[in-house]
Write a protein that binds this ligand. Structure first.
Ligand SMILES: [Fe+2]
Length: 313
């Protein structure tokens, strides 16, 4: 769960992304963390508490967006990370994104694209299964999924296949890709009514999810489910919003998407859970969208996948 970066070679654009991530204008995040590690007068090492957890979701093979978010949460002095799934699918760097998430070593739950890419990888080796998928999916979605599946090595496919559907993290919060009632059905929680079923299965005050690629805050007071629109509006206007967690309420928070936002804002999105302040901060992060689009086109993926990165849809 500790943060660390790995340098790459061979791709100058990727190299520069990593360089910027590690040597950002806000300062070297690793050094910032080390700064907080001190020795007292007796030479005994201690660490100041840094109870901030970065919650990321729906990376979708967008390495440019992932590096920008990693740099941002390090500058925000997060020491823990969790990932809510859909590491792969849609964009140009499936294997690289799996590598990065595995290198972080953070808890991860499975998304529907993580599940589908394994199915497609099997279909690439089984003509009968391939014919079934050709009937079931539209050609453009199938093309992107097949390409992603063809890029991922067997070890990573095994890792994706074994991811759990949900997980309780340090007794503090629940993490799931879609929702806690029938997580394997991959239902989309788009409004307060949709969230009722989840709240009936949510026994901790806080649950994080993704899947719709739209940051949202839902609450449950024991009787009804409410969506708090003002946080999304502030996030859109100011690039950040802080949600104070009130005692007695349950929160079901969608952290948005790192690699393919769909709320009309192309900036990457994620959340920071501060256990001491008892807040969840939703953040938008600028990244090099043009390079991510070029990468999509360069590997021959459908043009509309590049376009949607530009308009956040
Ligand atoms: Fe997704």
């Amino acid at each position: 769960m500790k943060l660390h970066h790995r340098k790459r070679s061979g791709d100058s654009s990727l190299g520069s992304i990593i360089f910027e991530a590690v040597h950002s204008p806000q300062g070297n995040a690793k050094a910032q963390i080390q700064d907080l590690q001190r020795r007292d007068d007796y030479g005994i090492r201690y660490e100041l508490p840094m109870p901030k957890t970065a919650v990321i979701s729906d990376i979708h093979s967008n390495l440019h967006a992932l590096y920008a978010v990693m740099a941002d949460y390090q500058c925000e002095q997060c020491t823990d990370v969790v990932c809510l799934g859909d590491v792969v699918g849609y964009n140009a760097y499936p294997q690289e994104c799996v590598n990065e998430i595995r290198a972080i070593g953070c808890p991860v739950v499975k998304g529907n694209h993580d599940e589908e890419v394994v199915r497609f990888a099997l279909a690439l080796r089984d003509p009968d299964m391939r014919r079934e998928l050709e009937v079931r999916m539209n050609p453009l979605a199938r093309q992107a999924m097949e390409w992603n599946a063809s890029c991922i090595n067997d070890d990573s496919l095994t890792w994706l296949r074994r991811l759990p559907l949900q997980r309780i993290e340090r007794s503090k919060f629940v993490m799931v890709h879609s929702c806690l009632d029938q997580p394997q059905a991959w239902n989309y929680i788009l409004n307060a009514n949709d969230a009722v079923g989840n709240f009936n299965r949510q026994f901790l005050p806080l649950c994080f999810h993704g899947h719709t690629h739209q940051p949202r805050v839902f609450t449950w007071d024991g009787r009804r489910s409410v969506e708090l629109h003002e946080y999304w509006q502030q996030l859109r206007a100011e690039g950040q919003t802080v949600v104070p967690l009130q005692p007695g309420l349950k929160y079901f928070i969608n952290v948005g998407s790192v690699g393919q936002p769909r709320d009309g804002d192309p900036r990457a999105c994620y959340a920071i859970f501060d256990t001491e302040a008892s807040t969840v901060t939703l953040r938008r992060v600028e990244y090099d969208v043009a390079s991510a689009q070029q990468a999509v086109l360069a590997v021959g993926l459908p043009e509309y996948l590049a376009e949607r990165l530009g308009n956040g849809q």
